[in-house]
Design a protein around this ligand. Structure first.
Ligand SMILES: C[S@@+](CC[C@H](N)C(=O)[O-])C[C@H]1O[C@@H](n2cnc3c(N)ncnc32)[C@H](O)[C@@H]1O
Ligand code: SF4
Ligand code: SF4
Length: 366
């Protein structure tokens, strides 16, 4: 019941309208972006070793960067556009979205209260040490706060540990009592933090937090300027394969013992095949049921690829898939075998296996 309330919201008369848009899209049989990411900025206050999506990293690789950041009215326009297409879940993404505090709070409030869309905030949470910021997010109606947590011990490769943000989780737990948002952590596994897998799972379990655990990945379509950091990404060398196998088996064992991850078991089995370089493990449907809107309004297939699809949110309409299908399929031929992005794998998996979502145990924690 709490879940239905969260997804379909407290204002039933207004919900009826927004759910109508969702139902219309569903009944049309046409693909529509049921969930979407909106990048508020590509700027960031950190420089994580594995990250390649920030403005600085794009410049380092010789790639173009968004020329502007959408202002509040453009962000609301984007929410309106997505709502009219049937979107039910928006993640405010980056870079680091909390850097644009005023716009972030207003657009979350607009999406969640005026449009009854479930809102999610992935963040490095450095700015959420400020209790007022967390309180403002709660008041704005945030549905789920995703705090990246790569390590319990000090971990300078990303600083997303407990050492650098000791008070953040306590602040978020207090806010959760008042505002009932969900808390999720994202753990990115690199060669440098495998020893932190169990401590992070213990932490999440102890505090009733959903956890997502994924491998650090390289850009699935590598730009020519890509330079790989050492000791971060896994290769298909036998010792790396063993490390990933061990990690996946540890996670599967802990899942069997009751920890709650957003990923189904199939994801961790896929992880073992992926590190061996196997092709054809899964078929991503980003671009079809998901869109990412870059900070300047450019439409992207997903948050992982670095090139847009050549159109903007201002031109987007319900027939977008017919127009973009060739470009989307063309990307997939190049990226799908190099990618195991957890959110996209899960969305595809749960769409195809709806009952599996109830077996995971995270819905009750949202
Ligand atoms: C791009 S960040 C944006 C939100 C925020 N700045 C943060 O770090 O939480 C979203 C998520 O992607 C993860 N991420 C970044 N680069 C990655 C990579 N190369 N492989 C896997 N996950 C990555 C981050 O750790 C974070 O959990
Ligand atoms: S905090 Fe997020 S956006 Fe910033 S560098 Fe790290 S992963 Fe990238
Ligand atoms: S497989 Fe999907 S999520 Fe991964 S890069 Fe391609 S379109 Fe993006």
């Amino acid at each position: 019941m709490k879940l239905l309330h969260r997804f379909f919201g407290p204002h039933h008369h207004r919900n009826a309208i927004h759910n109508l848009e969702y139902l219309q899209s569903l009944l049309s049989g046409r693909p529509f972006p049921v969930w979407a990411y909106i990048l508020l900025t590509r700027k960031c206050n950190l420089t994580c070793s594995y990250c390649y999506v920030t403005e600085d990293k794009l410049k380092e690789m010789g790639l173009s960067t968004p020329k502007k950041e959408m202002d509040l009215s453009e962000l609301k326009y984007t929410v309106d556009k997505l709502a009219s297409m049937g979107t039910r879940w928006i993640s405010f993404f980056g870079g680091e979205p909390t850097l644009r505090k005023r716009e972030l709070l207003k657009v979350i409030e607009y999406a969640s209260k005026s449009k009854q869309i479930f809102t999610q905030l992935p963040t490095n949470a450095f700015l959420l040490k400020d209790e007022t910021y967390v309180e403002n997010l709660g008041q704005a109606g945030i549905g789920l706060i995703d705090v990246s947590l790569d390590s319990v011990a000090r971990f300078d490769a990303s600083k997303k540990d407990l050492y650098h943000r000791e008070e953040v989780f306590e602040t978020l737990f207090r806010g959760r009592e008042r505002h009932r948002y969900g808390i999720k952590t994202n753990l990115v596994l690199t060669k440098g933090n495998l020893d932190q897998l169990t401590p992070v799972m213990d932490f999440a379990d102890r505090h009733n937090i959903i956890i997502s655990i994924r491998l650090a990945f390289r850009p699935p379509i590598k730009p020519t300027g890509w330079k790989e950091e050492t000791d971060v990404f896994f290769s298909s060398d036998p010792e790396d394969v063993k490390m990933v196998d061990d990690a996946a088996n540890t996670i599967l064992q802990r899942k069997a013992d009751g920890i709650v991850t957003t990923e189904p078991n199939e994801y961790y089995h896929a992880m073992k095949r992926h590190v061996r370089g196997e092709a054809g493990i899964w078929k991503c449907d980003a671009g079809k049921h998901h869109l990412t809107i870059d900070s300047d309004g450019a439409i992207m297939q997903c948050s992982v690829l670095l090139d847009g699809l050549g159109t903007t949110v201002f031109e987007l309409d319900k027939r977008y898939f017919e127009k973009l299908e060739n470009a989307i399929e063309d990307n997939l031929r190049k990226c799908n075998d190099n990618c195991l992005a957890a959110a996209y794998f899960c969305s595809r998996h749960y769409r195809n296996n709806p009952t599996s979502i109830f077996a995971q145990g995270f819905l009750e924690k949202l």
